[in-house]
Design a protein around this ligand. Sequence first.
Ligand code: SAH
Ligand code: SF4
Length: 354
Amino acid sequence: MGSLYELSREELGEALSGEAPYRLEQLWRALWREDRTVAEMTTLPRVVRERLGAEYPSGLSPINEVVSDGGATIKWVFALHDGATIETVLMSYADRVTVCVSSQAGCAMGCSFCATGQAGFRRHLSVGEVLEQVSYAARAGAPRRLSNVVFMGMGEPLANYEVTVRALRRLHQERGMSARHLTVSSVGVAPAIERLSEEGLALTLAVSLHAANDADRDALVPLNRRYDLARLETACRAWIERTGRRLSFEWALIDGINDTNAALGELADYARGLGAHVNLIPLNPTPGFLVRGSRPERVRAFRDGLLARGVNATVRDTRGRSIAAACGQLASVSGGRHGLRAPESTRVALRARA
Ligand code: SAH
Ligand code: SF4
């Protein structure tokens, strides 16, 4: 049971057994080129649509939609078939339209500053649940074409490895997206990064670093106690050598913790050794972490300090902050123990999407 996005092309053919062979192409186009819901697949006869709709129901039920940045950012909360909830964010920029997808309902990694981590783990998503988020967002973003998919929503994509890789392959092969427009963000599951480097996918890998000494990283990112910075460096090196792709590090700037000059020096050394780009994210507020994000002047000075030390660095915008859709703020209305909600003033009624 699950949506049509659970199925490979071959399995779609089996789902259509008894129908004329050209129906497969029509169904495939409707799914992968036109982002149609089953009800909208008007190239297919009504009986076929009804049967497919009953056998392969959508796996996502939207329960909330919040819009901000003048319509350029939309966050959805979806309920899955078993009541677990996830979030998906669509961000439109001048030059690209990006969807940020969840790979798990919740996350087991327990990073202290992240709302998803604070809420705990519920379950892995299926490949169809990941891909349907993309298609749903693409429909909402039309007529602009969805250009990028980032696995930076709820969950650790490399802890749901098989599903993540299958989803990436389908986005590349079926949806026709360039692998470099696909980004996986990982907290640093070293063996999985090495395995990913052997998949033949020239995607973009972002590693969430946040501290470049083991004592601080142990405190911020508990997984560091299992795969420390030296082990992570080995995996990053393997990624670079095997894929020929650059790597980027994410660093959420936390006031007085990892925005000091000592932290700057450690990060510069670690990143320079790997030729990595650094993406600075001013820490977004979450209910379970009381330390503030760095002030804007410090964020700029930190970036300049990296540049002066020969490390490429940019500051990520804080899209979606007012609707709790920014990095690390995704926890869902009923997803975890905290039951976080976006501020009432910014919530809007869910648009009907029958
Ligand atoms: N689990 C993966 C992907 C999801 S988190 C990972 O950790 O990389 C996406 C990004 O948001 C990560 O870089 C994460 O470190 C960052 N993040 C988490 N909490 C944040 C917060 N409160 N403010 C800013 N960024 C945060
Ligand atoms: Fe999980 Fe990433 Fe949040 Fe850490 S930062 S708890 S790995 S979602």
